[in-house]
Unconditional design. Structure first.
Length: 350
């Protein structure tokens, strides 16, 4: 018998989030049942619910920054036992056979594609529901171990925001002697600063204003600039080996490509609603690269969690009750978040 679980769902782009009940599947042999303790609020949850990218299949139960505790395991589970502290990120399945899946890049699964933690369709053909709920059932292959040094509330944002920044920083070689700029100091951006600093890179923040400068410098940035001041872009022209753009809105790409050094790379992480506008010269005049990146694979996500535990890279969070989700969404949209909302799911557990 599938289990009935309390959750928060949206039923249309404008409905807001409201309490509901959902069901979770029976444990398969490789499944673990997880009591959800915390779920981070990612800006992608808001894009999805409000149909910024495309119209999702409603109801949507968002949440892909999940931490909790294993309560039961299927007969063939090897990695976890009841009581284990675990996390679930942005996907809960993939084809497991394609070149991406067999090389730890499940997020780029070229088979049937990854199965999103919410808003997707599981192998059983049923819609997937995310972490704004009391419990979830996930195949152990897609479940992460939370190191003892990380609290479950603090760890939650690492499951999306953390890995989304860690993966491109590693891929493009952030480290000593490398000049890295992080654009936008929100949920993703603040972890980008902490991770890049922990990797030993020289870190600069470009934010809409200087309001969060003190925070940015405390998090490990060496320099902090306002992107609203045109002088910033002339001063930083040709400066960075790597620019990671986390902004959720469309920016003037020419200005941001202009601060990339010869042979450097601008990586698009934020998912703005409209296509990017780029002129030939923005790329060609300094042989610059423009790329994008999404989250990270399971092995790399575990590496990132272990790295954060070792280097004390801790998300800065505001823990909220589920009733506050709609207010939290409004505050994220007005860049009024320091630096990630995390839902305490205690009242949603059976
Ligand atoms: P967030 O907490 O809202 O942070 C975004 C930051 O961008 C804001 O704090 C703000 O920073 C800046 N910003 C917002 N609106 C802006 C505007 N109109 N102009 C200039 N700057 C603006 O969001 P998040 O959760 O970090 O997510 C950021 C984006 O990444 C979203 O689009 C999300 O969907 C996407 N995302 C992508 C992936 C991936 O795998 N690629 C994963 C997760 C999320 P300042 O106040 O410092 O300027
Ligand atoms: Zn996310
Ligand atoms: Zn695959």
């Amino acid at each position: 018998m599938p289990t009935s679980v309390k959750a928060y769902s949206a039923t249309s782009p404008t409905s807001g989030l409201a309490p509901t009940m959902i069901s979770r599947r029976d444990l398969g042999p490789r499944d673990v049942a997880i009591d959800i303790h915390y779920a981070g609020i990612c800006h992608s949850d808001i894009h999805t619910v409000r149909a910024d990218w495309r119209t999702p299949e409603y109801p949507v139960v968002p949440g892909h920054e999940i931490t909790g505790v294993v309560t039961a395991i299927g007969s063939e589970v090897e990695k976890f036992t009841p009581g284990a502290r675990v996390g679930v990120g942005c996907f809960v399945d993939s084809c497991r056979e394609c070149r991406s899946c067999t090389t730890g890049l499940e997020q780029y699964c070229s088979g049937k594609g990854m199965v999103s933690t919410y808003g997707g369709r599981g192998r059983d053909g049923l819609p997937t529901y995310g972490g704004y709920s009391g419990a979830i059932v996930v195949d152990e292959r897609y479940v992460l171990r939370i190191p003892a040094a990380l609290r479950l509330d603090v760890a939650a944002p690492l499951l999306c925001a953390g890995i989304t920044m860690y993966s491109p920083l590693r891929h493009w070689g952030a480290g000593p002697g490398r000049n890295v700029a992080i654009v936008g100091l929100g949920g993703l951006g603040h972890l980008g600063v902490k991770l890049a600093a922990a990797m030993g890179a020289d870190v600069t923040v470009l934010s809409q204003s200087l309001k969060k400068m003190e925070d940015g410098l405390r998090m490990g940035a060496h320099r902090y600039f306002s992107a609203s001041d045109p002088a910033t872009f002339s001063m930083l022209h040709d400066e960075f080996d790597l620019v990671i753009n986390t902004v959720s809105a469309n920016l003037k790409m020419g200005a941001y490509l202009g601060i990339v050094a010869l042979d450097g790379t601008l990586v698009e992480i934020g998912a703005p609603p409209k296509p990017l506008e780029i002129a030939f010269g923005h790329l060609a005049m300094r042989r610059r690269s423009l790329s994008g990146s999404i989250i990270g694979g399971i092995t790399e996500t575990q590496q990132m969690l272990d790295f954060c535990a070792t280097h004390a890279v801790m998300p800065e969070i505001e823990v909220i009750e589920p009733e506050y989700i709609n207010d939290a969404y409004d505050r994220v949209l007005s860049s009024d978040v320091r630096y990630r909302f995390v839902i305490d799911a205690a009242s949603l557990r059976n």
